[in-house]
Design a protein around this ligand. Structure first.
Ligand code: LLP
Length: 422
């Protein structure tokens, strides 16, 4: 459920008409809903009620400080994968003791920064990384808490580019090799083994792969405990999918995901960490764009928008579907015609949708891409020297620009002429 609905014929974010934001800030613009973020956080929190748990929001989905601070105020932790994300989490007020550091390529500088901050634990993905962390922590005279990210070789049945739990993927350590890894970790200076971590992929629309992975984690935990390791935290990653297409079957609910967690690992008495990103932020955001031209092609019409692949890359990168709706509610029974929805970037890949049945949208009118709150703004770029798209956070009847659109002067000022052409 989200808070983007038509009221009086105009699409609103909570109590604010999106048109009003577009007029104030210009288009394209990302707009997020506080009530939706809060609701999604709460459903996870309720799904795990009664278990010791941390909801470590995956910042990679949407790392805007306004968004992260909103979640931090509700008690969210953070899953970070770079020093930049760590700094964002800390700046947004996330408690260091609720921050986990994931990712296959943490540098020594990033490890030092995280140890200084006192984060909850590192999710370790390889032996060389473990050794590097041991050396860094020992040199600092501190102990690094770690969980090993195990690769359970489970098919997440999602898009190949966002599947991470098969042996062919670069992530984690094959689960069969985990006992040896833990034996080695237990003997290293500066390292304290505290848990097991798993993350099998993103946009999962079936609970069965989670069940298979968590069952393997439970089995491994029992074995590691028998071998003398004090496993007290299970980090089960993120990955629960969201409905992108109003007409598709709804993915599983967080409540059922929570029940699955209880069923598979609940009897181990561990603290459970989950790292949801998309489910919290995805349907809490839209990208608002204006139609620049409507162009008749040979056998097809093009809707040329002022948003482009640099602003929302998911359709070009994963063939992802985003519902596209006009800001003005179409009259009941308005005819639907197929159009190719494209941006102004000079690549054929700059196509948001092909042959999409849409109600009439004329030049000058605006549309919203739904489900754009996760992996939208964070994956944007300045390709074609298009300034980064701004972000707005709505809260009831109020809204605030939480990242302004850079001016062209600011954009150009970041470059320098080398002395030999100056
Ligand atoms: N934890 C780890 C270790 C991850 O790698 C990810 C996502 C998450 C948590 C959060 O997963 P979520 O709950 O959001 O599914 N750019 C792609 C998605 C990439 C996901 C990468 N890892 C997209 O636009 O679909």
């Amino acid at each position: 459920m989200d808070h983007f609905t038509y009221r009086g014929g105009r699409l609103h974010a909570e109590d604010v008409p999106l048109e009003r934001i577009a007029e104030a800030v210009g288009t394209p613009v990302y707009v997020y809903s506080t009530a939706t973020l809060a609701r999604h956080f709460r459903v996870f929190d309720e799904a795990l009620a009664g278990m010791d748990h941390v909801i470590a929001y995956a910042l990679k989905a949407n790392s805007n400080l306004g968004v992260v601070a909103t979640l931090a105020r509700m008690g969210a932790g953070a899953d970070v994968v770079s020093e930049g994300e760590l700094r964002r989490a800390l700046a947004a007020g996330v408690e260091p003791g609720k921050i986990v550091f994931s990712g296959v390529g943490k540098t020594e500088a990033e490890m030092r920064h995280a140890l200084d901050a006192g984060i909850a634990h590192f999710n370790i993905e390889s032996e060389p990384e473990l050794e590097a962390l041991s050396a860094v922590a020992s040199a600092m005279g501190v102990t690094a808490r770690i969980a090993l990210r195990v690769n359970p070789d489970v098919d997440a049945k999602t898009h190949a580019k966002i599947s991470t739990g098969r042996y062919e993927n670069k992530f984690g350590v094959p689960i069969d090799r985990a006992p040896d890894f833990y034996a080695r970790a237990g003997a290293l200076p500066g390292i304290e083994v505290i848990g097991v971590d798993v993350h099998i992929g993103s946009q999962l629309t079936d609970l069965a792969p989670f069940e298979a992975a968590f069952a393997k984690v439970a089995e491994l935990t029992r074995r590691l405990r028998a071998e003398g390791h004090d496993i007290r935290r299970l980090d089960l990653g993120g990955g629960l999918g969201i409905p992108y297409q109003a007409s598709n079957a709804a993915p599983p609910l967080p409540f059922d995901y929570g029940a699955l967690i209880r069923r598979t690992v609940g009897d181990l008495g561990c603290q459970v960490v989950i790292e949801p990103g998309r489910l919290i932020a995805g349907n809490a955001g839209v990208l608002v764009s204006r139609c620049i031209y409507r162009k008749s092609g040979e056998g097809r019409d093009f809707l040329i928008l002022d948003a482009a692949m640099n602003d929302l890359i998911r359709p070009a990168m994963y063939d992802a579907w985003h519902d596209i709706v006009p800001l003005t509610e179409p009259a009941p029974g308005a005819p639907l015609t197929p159009v190719d929805v494209v941006g102004p970037v000079c690549e054929s890949g700059d196509t948001f949708a092909k042959g999409r049945s849409l109600p009439p949208v004329a030049a000058g009118e605006m549309v919203a891409f739904r489900s754009a709150g996760a992996y939208g703004a964070v994956m944007s770029s300045e390709y074609n020297s298009r300034p980064l798209v701004p972000e707005v956070l709505v809260n009831g009847a109020e809204f605030a620009v939480v990242r302004p659109r850079p001016t062209y002067d600011e954009m150009l000022a970041r470059d320098r002429l080398p002395p030999w052409v100056g």
